[in-house]
Structures are given as structure tokens and as C-alpha cells.
Design a protein around this ligand. Sequence first.
Ligand code: PEP
Ligand code: CO
Length: 456
Amino acid sequence: MATPESTPEAGDQWAPDTWRTRPAAQQPTWPDEGALKLAHAKLSGLPPLVFAGEARHLTRALGQAAEGRAFVLQAGDCAESFTEFTADGIRDKLKVILQMAVVLTYGAGLPVIKVGRIAGQFAKPRSSPTEQIGDQVIDTFRGHMVNDDLPERSARIPDPARLVTAYEQAVSTLNLLRAFTKGGFADLSQIHAWNQEFVATSSEGRRFESIAQGIDSALRFMDACGINLTAEDTLHQVDFWTSHEALILDYEEALTRRDSLTGDWYDCSAHMLWVGERTRQLDGAHVEFLTGIHNPIGSKVGPSASAEDVLTLCEHLNPERVPGRLTLITRLGVEGIDDHLPPLLRAVEAEGHPVVWVCDPMHGNTFTAEGGQKTRRFDDIISELQSFFRIHRDMGTWPGGVHIELTGDDVTECLGGVEDIVEGQLGQNYTTTCDPRLNGRQSLDLAFRIADLLRG
Ligand code: PEP
Ligand code: CO
């Protein structure tokens, strides 16, 4: 990481394109400059996906999580796909997230802020720019916003037209999410419908059913007491926010607009944006970009981050110390969390930075199985979460949320869980275009465990 001395001054001269003066890691080499300019111009003229007022609303909600009065559930695909894109897929992912949120709210009695890794999560940072396929070395897959995942040289050529396709897919995803969450599907009276069949028949599914029945009885009771439930919007709709890694800066810049109300800049591609573990360099383009947008933002924090790096990042990304502005998403791994988390908490607490501490128990626990698939053990994920909660409790800080890669589908990508997926079964339904995700049952199981941890 860069030293604090090399940190650029944030502020006055910021514009959506000032990131271009800094080294930008993980950007594709677009082969056709003209096509890139065209895509950029097209995106710049298209309507925003979200509005500044919504982003401010989310900052306020996250401020509650920074202060220990709410919990964040950030979840979704590792990489959204252009090819696996269906209304059912979006609905099923939403079902799992709503189920998890109910388990957490009911189990821990806390408001849960629901943030999807969705409607824009189309770009992936990679550890290597190339990969070996048979006797050929070809460019790596960088997410459908950039190239195709087929293991062929021609498929991997970055195509700027994909930036526009990503926007279009994000628009229709968000449109459906808004319809589902505001139009009746997320109504608490529909709670039984969120339990998909393959989940409902499992022990976690049955446990969920009993919560759902408890909620039904509570609603009937309130109704019988004469409380007008129809007038209570919060029972019929949920706030569901979008987020993704702000990786491909040509896309983010083109969707950055000035709010007519406040004059401030917002990246209108999502409510919340984060910078990844590989692009959080203090003097790099991604951090420069995030300093100027007024959305709530996040940064992944891996084991190589020193307390000083993290403090400088806080100063830089949230100089005015607005609660909810900055979420630190630690992804230290089950082996690293005990050593690495306490000094970070101590340093940030001592300086009084109001961050939301979120645990990503996925990205520090990935390994390659014998069959060649990338995978994660459910038990490692749980163990990292247990350490996260324990360390926060010991230090008197608030474990503010979790960041999970999941899908509503019945995939076999992560090992273990109640159905105990073993290595030999990974190939049965392994469909992710990037990292291994928890399936619907494993996700629900995880939510019950987190609710237990929240109750202490
Ligand atoms: C991700 O969230 O998919 C990711 C690549 O994470 P990280 O930046 O923490 O490696
Ligand atoms: Co991932």
C-alpha cells in the first residue's frame, strides 16, 4: 500500500474523471478506443439508476449500524451474469435475502439493512491478467461488463459495448426488485411464499416456517387488538438497496451525476459502492474516485492492511466523519482474523472514526478443491463469523453486519452445511461465473447462526 505521504489531497479539484490522473489497477485494456468513447458517451446520457436522496437515506440507515442500533445484511452473487439472467433468478435471490433478514430481525430484535450485491455487480478483479487453458495462455475473465467467461481467446477480448449492456441489465434488475419489494411480494403476509421448495423441506426451512407462523400469529393478534395493519407501510414493503464493487471506472464515471438539490456528486449506478481488496491503494484511481462521490461507500480490508493503512483510508474517505458514510468490510480469513482484526478495531476506535464494521467471511476462505473448483467450507465461514463477533464483543465495538456471496439456486459450490456437500459433489451443480456461493439452504442456516451470535 502507499505511504500516507504519497496520499493525494482530496476535495476541491475532484471531478468524476480525476481518477484518470492516478494509477488505475485492474482496468481492462480496451482494444478499441473509439468504441469505448461511444459507450461512455451513451452511458453519460442515460438516466441514473438511483437517486441521490435514496443514497442519503441509506447513509442515514448505515449510520444506525455504525452506532450499534442496526445490522447490515449485504448479499448476492460474486459476479452477476449476462447469460444466467432471469426474473426467477432475481426473485429467488431476493427470497433468500428476505428470509435471512426476517431470521435476523426476529432472532435479534434489530432492524436489518438489506443491501444486495446486485444490479451492477458485473466486474471482477483478478489475481492474474492471464490464465492457461490447455496449451494456450489467454486473458482472464473480468466479469460480463468487460468480456465473456468462455475459455477462448476471442471471448476474452474486452468489449466496451458490454458497459451499456451491464447498465441495461442493471436497469431491468432494479425495476423488478423495486416491483417485488414495494409491490406486495415483500409483504410480511407473503412470508410463507419466500420459502422455496428445496429449502422448505429441509430442517432450516422448517425452522423458518415456525418463525413465519409466529409472525402470522403476532399479526393476527395485533389485528384483533384493533391496530390498523393496512396502514403500516413497513409491514407491506421493504427498503432494498443495491451495491457493487466500483471497479470499472469508465462505467462509474459515466453514471456519476450532480444532485440538483445539493449540488453534490453521486455515483448513480448503485446506492452503495465499495472498493475491493486489490484496488484500495491510497494513491490509486479507485480511492480517488470514491472520495468525491457522496454515496455511502465501503472498502474491503484484507490481511495485508496495517492499522495505519486503515486509518489513512478512513481520513481520506470520510474526513468529515459522517456516520454511515464508510463501511469497512473485513475479509481476513479464519486463520487471519484473530491476529489482524483487534489492532484495526483499536486504531479506528482510538481515532473515533464512525465506521460500520462488516464481516465478509467468504473471500479469506477460498481454496481450490482436488477437482479444480474454487470452493469454501461452510465451517470456515461460520468460524470467521464467530471470531468476528467474539472480538467485537471483547473490544466493546459493534459487529455491524455481514457480507455474503449467495444465490437462491440449489447449487453445490460451497462445502458442508446441514446437507453436508462433500468435494465429490461440487461438480453436480456448480454454476458460478466466479467465486463459490452459498445455496439457499446454507444461506438460511447461516442466518440462524448469525442470529444466535447477535443474541450473544
Ligand atoms: C468480491 O467481493 O467478489 C471480491 C473480489 O472481494 P475482495 O476485493 O475482498 O477480494
Ligand atoms: Co467474490
